[in-house]
Write a new protein. Structure first.
Length: 142
C-alpha cells in the first residue's frame, strides 16, 4: 500500500494514529472525523495514498462512493439523527481541501440542524454554460 510519511490519514489507515473506525476493507477505511458537522460525520479514504481525485484509480473512486452509500444507509438505520445526508469531496486547496489525502465526507443531516451549505449566487447565462460544456467535452476527448 502506497503511503505518504507525513500524512495523518495514512497514519490512521496504518494504525499508527488514533481513529474511531467505522469500516475497513482492502481498498478503503472509513472513520469519524474529529471536526464533525454533525454526530456521525464520517470520512471515507482510500487506503493507498492519493493526494487528489486525479491520482485516485477509478476503481478506488467508485468504491469510495459504494462505501459512502452503505454508510448513509447505516446512519439512517442507526440511533443517530439522520433524515438526509451530504456527501462532499474537496479536491485541492482552492476547493477547501486541508488534508491532502483524498477523502469523502459523509455527513448525516436532519431538519433544523443549522448547517448551511453554500449556494450559487444566481443562474448562469446559457452562453456561459454552453462554453463551459464545450471546454469540458474538448478536455474529455483528449
Amino acid at each position: 500500500m502506497a503511503e505518504a510519511p507525513a500524512c495523518v490519514f495514512c497514519a490512521i489507515v496504518a494504525g499508527r494514529a488514533a481513529a474511531s473506525i467505522v469500516h475497513r476493507d482492502a481498498l478503503c477505511t472509513a472513520f469519524m472525523t474529529i471536526e464533525p458537522l454533525a454526530i456521525g460525520h464520517t470520512l471515507v479514504v482510500p487506503n493507498a495514498h492519493a493526494t487528489d481525485l486525479a491520482e485516485l484509480p477509478s476503481a478506488s473512486a467508485g468504491h469510495l462512493f459504494q462505501v459512502a452509500q452503505r454508510i448513509v444507509a447505516a446512519q439512517r438505520a442507526s440511533t443517530l439523527r439522520c433524515e438526509g445526508a451530504n456527501l462532499l469531496m474537496c479536491d485541492g486547496a482552492a476547493a477547501g481541501q486541508t488534508v491532502f489525502h483524498v477523502h469523502l465526507h459523509v455527513s448525516p443531516r436532519h431538519a433544523g440542524d443549522g448547517i448551511v451549505m453554500p449556494h450559487a449566487a444566481g443562474p448562469a447565462a446559457r452562453a456561459e454554460l454552453d462554453a463551459a460544456a464545450a471546454a469540458l467535452r474538448s478536455a474529455l476527448a483528449t
